[in-house]
Each structure stands twice: as structure tokens, then as C-alpha cells.
Design a protein around this ligand. Sequence first.
Ligand code: ADP
Ligand code: ILO
Length: 343
Amino acid sequence: MGTFPDFPKSCKSQLCAHLTPEIYQALQGRSTVNGFTIDDAIRSGVENIDSGIGVYAGDLESYTLFATLFDPIIESYHGFRQSDTHQSNLNPDDLQAPNPDPEGEYILSTRIRVGRNVADLPLGPAITKAQRNKVESEVSAALNSLTGSLSGSYYSLGDMSEEIRKQLIEDHFLFKAGDRFLESAGLNRDWPEGRGIYHNDEKTFLVWINEEDQLRIISMQQGGDILEVFTRLTTAISEIEKRVPFSYSEHLGYITSCPTNLGTAMRASVHIKLPKLAADMEAFKAITDRHHLQIRGIHGEHSESEGGIYDISNKRRLGVTEVQCVQDMVDGVAELIATEKSL
Ligand code: ADP
Ligand code: ILO
């Protein structure tokens, strides 16, 4: 039996806001079919007091077995209640996305990714080494059967030279190693075995295997043609879904290990240069808040901006469709560019 965590007063995570001694006590002794417990679910937030969220799921069952903790966190982060249902719309025809920067003055690149996990398997925090290796071999084989502009090659992390690995990270194509939030969640076990990246020659279509989620499907390219990036992504998703069954729930949409990614599991972002707006972070934030957008640095989550360049992406992922996620980003980016121009 674990003991109730001793959170410092400064802790601002969703975990410390919602985990009470009563809830913790009631969840003690429970274990999912994959052996995942409440102590496993909260370890990342307990070991990383600066977490924003602080919990991970070990499998689909975690979301119901530990619902007294997960539901209020999901409601608080996504504004999505137990009685709500999620709806998916991956139809590019429904997106209104003329290039917000046709002259190429502000947007350096556009990237849209979704997380996916394989149906009826544990998620990364609870997966065994053998299961993870099987995901790698089956998913990479499925990807290797893609044709046309999606055809490419799979590169396993264990076989990759240090030089190529560093270059791929520097160029924003590959995940970093050693994330302490993932480490505490058990997501880095047996590293680097079972992990890798698939990509086409142009590196406009990429799939990460066995990082935070079993698949991260990514479409990206230089400039601001967001519709082209979304269209490539949706084509890829439907081709992969013909070959790999994804974990999906009517209530929570696509199932991911971190509750922030549930639903669409989509993050649509641009790298955008806004030096004037950046001098007035209050005005900058007022626009991003209005359009439900998040500001990140250019080397991903928990990184800083460099040279007035920011990563701007949708914050909403659950209870909104994929089209709406991208629309939030398109509309917000158009307003950010108009404001930057006026300054
Ligand atoms: P994720 O989007 O997968 O949740 P991160 O925020 O860590 O995770 O970003 C992963 C990588 O993708 C980082 O190298 C980041 O710089 C890169 N990236 C994100 N958005 C863009 C973009 N619009 N253009 C180029 N690279 C991007
Ligand atoms: N567990 C971390 C990260 C949460 C959201 N980001 C990702 C990558 N899922 C935290 O609680 O801050």
C-alpha cells in the first residue's frame, strides 16, 4: 500500500488539485488487468512536482478504474464532462484554411500530429518489453507497405548513429531522449529498444513508434499551407488504420497515455516569427487564449523561444473534432499575423 503523497504548497499540477486522501484511499488495492495501480498512475506527478498534469494511464481500463481521479482532471483540462461524448471529423473539405501567410514572411513551418495506440494492448506506461517490441515490428511492417508519397523507411533508434539521431532532433523530426516526466511514468523503460521513426524521403510524413504513445503520426512541411499538411495527415491516418486497429472509446475518443491528448490526440502547430508581439506577452496571450491556443518554445514542450520564433498550437483536443482543432490554429494564427503587421 502506498502513502498519500506529500505535495508542497507550491505544487500547481492537476494531480495535487484533484487527489484527496479519500480518493487516494479508495483507489488503493485496485489494479487493472495489466497490473497498473493508482501509484503507477500518479508517479510522474509525485516525482515531478512542477508537472502541469502529473498523471498517465497504463491502459484504457485506467480511465474507468481510476475515474474518480481522471474524470475531474479531464474536466478541468478539457472542459469535458463524464456525460459528454466525443466526435471525430477528419474531412479536410470541412476546414477553412487559406494560407494565412502566402508571402512566407511569418510562418516557418507547419506540423500536425496525432497520437494513436494499438487496440487491446496496454499503453506505454504498462506495456511489457515483448509487447513493445511486437508493436514496433508490426507497426513498422504496416508502414513499410504504404505506397506513393507515404512510402518511406523505418529507422530503429538502437541502430541509429548518434550523429544522425542528434541531427534529426535538431531538425525537429525526432523525439528527444530522457524526458523526466516520461521517465517517471515508466515510458522510457528498456530505452532505446523498440523505438524508432518511419519517414518518407522528403520528411513530410513521419511516424514515431513507441514514444509517449505507440504511434505519433506526423505531417509537416515548410511554410503555411495548413490545408496541405492536414490533407496529407488524414490520408495517412486512414491508410494506417486499415492496417493497425487503434484504441478508441465512444466517450474519450482516441486513447492516449496522457489525458491531455485524449479525443483527437491532435496537435496542429506552426513555427512562427512574431518579434513585435513577443515584446508584449500580455497582448500575445490575449489572442492565443481567445483562440484556445498554446505557446511553446521551438524545441518542443518545456523549451524556450529563440529569436522571436514560437510554436503555436491548438490546446483543445477532446470534445472538439480534428477539423475544429486545426481551425482554432488557423484562425488564431491569422489574427496573430494581422496584429504583428499592425505593430
Ligand atoms: P508533440 O508535438 O509531439 O507533442 P513536442 O512539443 O515535443 O511534441 O514537439 C516535437 C518536435 O516537433 C519538436 O522538435 C518540435 O520543435 C517540433 N515541432 C513542433 N511543431 C513544429 C512546427 N510547426 N514546425 C517544425 N517543427 C515543429
Ligand atoms: N506530464 C507532463 C506533461 C503533460 C502534457 N504533455 C504531454 C507531452 N503529454 C506534465 O504533467 O506537465
